[in-house]
Design a protein around this ligand. Sequence first.
Ligand code: FMN
Length: 296
Amino acid sequence: MKTIELSPLSIGEKQAWLNHAIGPRPIAFVSTVDAGGNANLSPFSFFNLFSYDPSVVIFSTVRKVRDNSIKHTLENLLQVPEAVINICDINMVQQVSLASGEYPKGVDEFIKAGFTKQPATLVQPPMVKEAGIKLECRVMEVKSLGEHGGAGQLVIAEVLLLHVDESLLNDDGNMIDQLKTKHVSRMGGNWYAAINETNLFTVPRPGARPGIGFDGLPQSIRNSNLLTGNNLAMLAGVAEIPVVNAGFEDNRLKNIVQYYAINPDEMEKELHLYAKELLEQNRIEDAWQVLLYAAG
Ligand SMILES: Cc1cc2nc3c(=O)[nH]c(=O)nc-3n(C[C@H](O)[C@H](O)[C@H](O)COP(=O)(O)O)c2cc1C
């Protein structure tokens, strides 16, 4: 393991290490206005959801390292404490990047980056018409994490209204369909990550009865050289160790048992490999049956 002590590093080095290590980060594309009503639009990937009730999001505008000035977004928020957070998706990511350019104060990034203004309902800043998801927010508090260049200025904001394009909803129209949102997130350097059906997957949540845990697994399974931490965690998620199901009919299991009958070590290895395959297909109950057979 390489160990990186952060304190002796330059701000740029800290930025590089931390941005590469902590990702993907969702991108808030933030619209604000100054006291004169002039719009500003900038992306911030130091952003997330922190509370449901009240509904609170936080994003961080970092003081510029070059001259320690604050970002126009923050200047605006100190004048008009309202924002629209437009969620960045794959269809707009290049325009979002364009909007992050250091334009002089007063330049409207809606125009520079080719976005269309759409009036918000409860707040003054305009929404980005092209964004599928937008959050109308009121600033609750600005919390400074330091007075020097590189120091984050947290904008803690309550979400007052959520807008979701109909095309992003499920067939019943009562929830966002995660396969349709196409969110884009930020990694280190110039890397971004796009969420789509090829990389989305589900992980079952522990139920009302939590899983038996790694320490509840039989030794022969827990100490397997073939099953990974992810494989074991799926097995350890059951509320109790399943019983052997005499009715479990499986040709592959039968073949392994017949073929390796004279070599128990090889048989265990093959059964663990088969269980691993089943787990990778999310067939947890079947994997347990194979492993229970292996455990004898
Ligand atoms: C995808 C992306 C994410 C960014 N995230 C942040 C961030 O979290 N905090 C920050 O201070 N700047 C971030 N930036 C840089 C700002 O967008 C950039 O400094 C912008 O010019 C600020 O605009 P403003 O001065 O008009 O507010 C990000 C840039 C991009 C392209």
